[in-house]
Design a protein around this ligand. Structure first.
Ligand code: TZP
Ligand code: MG
Length: 213
């Protein structure tokens, strides 16, 4: 186990869709100041050179805040810059292969939409699971909806921590109380907000209240 439950309370996933002329670095710094506990760099269209450059800068920033820094999809880049870990989906490299490549110390997160996928990912060495979309989301076009019942069943079926993702925000995080999750993973609830730092503070405290229920 390479990450603790408390690291996963408010997991921020980056998205350059809402940069509005600002740098991603600056937006990530705001979520870190506001109390994000985990950062995933998610780049879908950046060339290799810029991806690496950016990843190194944000890695350094996360180190300053003592927050784990992981990369979406790109196992090679994770190894090259010695990031804390990687997050893979069901269509990316399989968790066992990722573990074989990165060794025992890196954090491996896996997206799961069913109990079977969740159990399999744990067996193959995942450290945590991202389960969703738990609510409708406009952020990921091909997101599959996972109901709250399935979310709960997954939490009961595995012993690694689970984060809920997809359409989660200040207005609905409370609905996840009692599901067994360790935290939430969000994009637009932080990065699409006019005051990112304040939105992060607010969502962190609402998430802690939800988890305490
Ligand atoms: N995986 C499942 S839903 C989703 C991802 C990456 C999008 C989450 O974005 P938002 O804005 O928090 O709904
Ligand atoms: Mg992926």
């Amino acid at each position: 186990m390479n990450c603790e439950k408390k690291d996963l309370i408010l997991y921020a996933v980056t998205d350059r869709h809402w940069l509005n002329g600002e740098t991603l670095y600056s937006q990530v710094e705001k979520v870190l100041k506001g109390g994000a506990t985990f950062i995933q760099l998610r780049e879908k269209n950046l060339d290799e050179e810029h991806f690496m450059e950016e990843a190194k800068e944000i890695q350094e920033l996360c180190r300053k805040y003592h927050v784990p820094f992981i990369i979406n999809d790109n196992v090679e880049l994770t190894a090259a810059i010695d990031a804390d870990g990687v997050h893979v989906g069901q269509r990316d490299m399989e968790a066992g292969d990722v573990r074989a490549k990165l060794g025992p110390d890196k954090i491996i997160g896996v997206s799961a939409q069913t109990v079977q996928q969740a159990v399999e990912a744990e067996k193959r060495g995942a450290d945590y699971l991202g389960v969703g979309a738990v609510f409708p989301t406009g952020t990921k076009e091909d997101a599959v909806e996972v109901g709250k019942e399935v979310l709960k069943e997954i939490c009961e079926a595995v012993s690694i921590p689970v984060v809920a993702i997809g359409g989660v925000g200040a207005h609905n995080v409370e609905e996840l109380a009692g599901s067994g999750i360790s935290g939430i993973a969000v994009i637009s609830a932080l990065f699409a907000q006019p005051d990112i730092e304040q939105a992060t503070k607010d969502l962190r405290s609402r998430t802690e209240q939800m988890l305490a229920k």
